[in-house]
Design a protein around this ligand. Structure first.
Ligand code: PLP
Length: 468
């Protein structure tokens, strides 16, 4: 005769009884008593539910009871694991928003550690011995780096990210007034940054001109009214318009703005401080080119092509930047000391001309031959896995991070197939590893691009592939 479920339930230990098991002592130390208690409760609850629905019977109950300590151990490990995990980016997308964009330079990391673990003069004037302003810290560095490019002396301030920079700039310069934008630039950037929505929140009025593919300078000029506060150019960060297209140059916009007394703002997004032609990418002028064109205010990200921490820069004419600084939103959107620390270190890398110190830039500069040689080593190391078929092929790395999709660099790819697994199953299996390996799939194969894999991770990658 079968024992009734309520009889079985009575045999289960109490939470306290489980907590008194010798195995729990160590877990309480590593995970903390409250997390452990929660895990014990949940494991017992699951067991009760399994008895209730018949999954655990009189016959299997003893084994299930013996397994309680191990089940608790696994549960509490999962519950106290980091949600934010490091991984291997084998996608070849150098600035991947979903994967945290730019990895920081060693100098930046070291500065974060130094500043984070102690006190600093974030808002303290050491000269005067009184309260100072945090936004002065990077002004000199930006001024030095950007000196001589603009027809004026540009000033730079920093907020939390580029979306914040756009919001506070529009609100400071155009609240209640009209901002003229081309219909071809009303973009949505990943993570729900939409130009019309940000514009609405900034309390500026969007005045769309032109068409999706063609906007001419007289479209802007015809739309100017007594209430026009800004001419806005938005970088088409994640798409391209090809074919029958037209867009006025920055110089034309600036010339119009000057003639009519209206500032020109550019949301540049990617914020390259380095000329990307040095990595073979055309048409991404970056910060200096916009300054050279005479744009009055530019907004750009810290963790895209600049290769630093998440931040939003506002560079432009001193009187416009001052307006931004005095906006209460500027205080609400301010960057923290760790951002300042990392950004300062990254800018110092630029100042020294040490571009190789900045991982994103270093990765962009790797040649297809260098990457191919490393991929070949990985390939040779995994030939011992009989289930795995690998091949080296030509391909393209994507810069990402607010450059157009056409911003690609030639690379060499490791193309993989595994017996009895589809490409998507293989991609998923790689993602399940610790650390997870993120790869692309194309034409039934998994593609690994070592451009974005740190050389120190090559061996780890090979070891993981051997075990597939
Ligand atoms: C990326 C981007 C943004 C948003 O930048 P965040 O730093 O992610 O806030 C805004 N505008 C443009 C044109 C961009 O490319």
């Amino acid at each position: 005769m079968n024992t009734a479920p309520h009889e079985l339930l009575r045999q289960l230990p109490s939470v306290d009884e489980v907590l008194r098991l010798p195995e729990m002592l160590h877990l309480a130390e590593t995970a903390g008593q409250s997390a452990l208690t929660r895990s014990v409760r949940e494991v017992l609850q699951t067991l009760r539910a399994e008895i209730g629905n018949g999954t655990v019977s009189e016959k299997t109950l003893p084994a299930a009871m013996d397994g309680i300590a191990e089940a608790v151990r696994q549960h509490v490990l999962r519950a106290t694991d980091h949600s934010l995990r490091t991984l291997i980016n084998a996608t070849g997308v150098v600035l991947h928003t979903n994967l945290g964009r730019a990895p920081l330079s060693q100098n930046a990391v070291q500065r974060i550690a130094e500043v984070a673990t102690g006190y600093c003069n974030l808002e303290f004037d050491l000269e005067q011995g009184k309260r100072g302003k945090r936004d002065i810290h990077l002004q000199k560095l930006f001024s030095t780096l950007l000196e001589g490019f603009a027809p004026y002396d540009p000033k730079t301030v920093v907020v939390n990210n580029c979306a914040a920079a756009v919001l506070v700039s529009l609100n400071s310069l155009a609240e209640g007034g009209e901002v003229i934008v081309s219909r071809g630039e009303l973009v949505e950037i990943g993570g729900s940054f939409r130009v019309p929505d940000v514009m609405a929140k900034s309390q500026a009025i969007l005045r769309e001109v032109g068409t999706t593919n063609r906007t001419r300078i007289f479209d802007y000029e015809n739309a100017i009214t007594g209430n026009t506060k800004l001419l806005l150019r938005v970088h088409r960060s994640n798409f391209a318009i090809v074919g029958f297209t037209e867009q006025p140059t920055l110089q034309e916009l600036v010339e119009l703005g000057q003639r009519r007394g209206i500032p020109v703002m550019e949301d540049l997004g990617n914020g390259a401080l380095l000329d990307l032609r040095s990595v073979g990418v055309e048409g991404e002028g970056g910060v200096t080119e916009s300054l050279r064109a005479g744009v009055d205010l530019i907004t750009y990200s810290g963790d895209k092509l600049l290769g630093g921490p998440q931040a939003g820069m506002i560079t432009g004419r001193p009187e416009l930047v001052t307006k931004v600084r005095h906006n209460p939103l500027f205080r609400a959107l301010r960057a923290d000391k760790l951002t300042y620390a990392a950004l300062e270190a990254t800018l110092l890398d630029y100042l020294r001309g040490d571009h190789a110190a900045i991982p994103a830039i270093h990765m962009m500069k790797l040649s297809a031959e260098e990457i191919g040689a490393r991929a070949e080593q990985v390939m040779n190391a995994v030939t011992k896995n009989p289930r795995l078929k690998s091949q080296l092929i030509d391909g393209e790395s994507v810069i990402g991070g607010g450059t157009t999709p056409q911003a690609v660099i030639p690379t060499r790819l490791l193309a993989l197939t595994v017996k009895d697994l589809s490409a998507f199953e293989l991609q998923r299996a790689l993602r399940k590893l610790e650390p997870a390996i993120i790869a692309r799939v194309d034409e039934g194969r998994v593609l690994l691009d070592l451009r974005t894999v740190f050389p120190a991770q090559d061996a780890q990658l090979a070891a993981a592939l051997l075990l597939l």
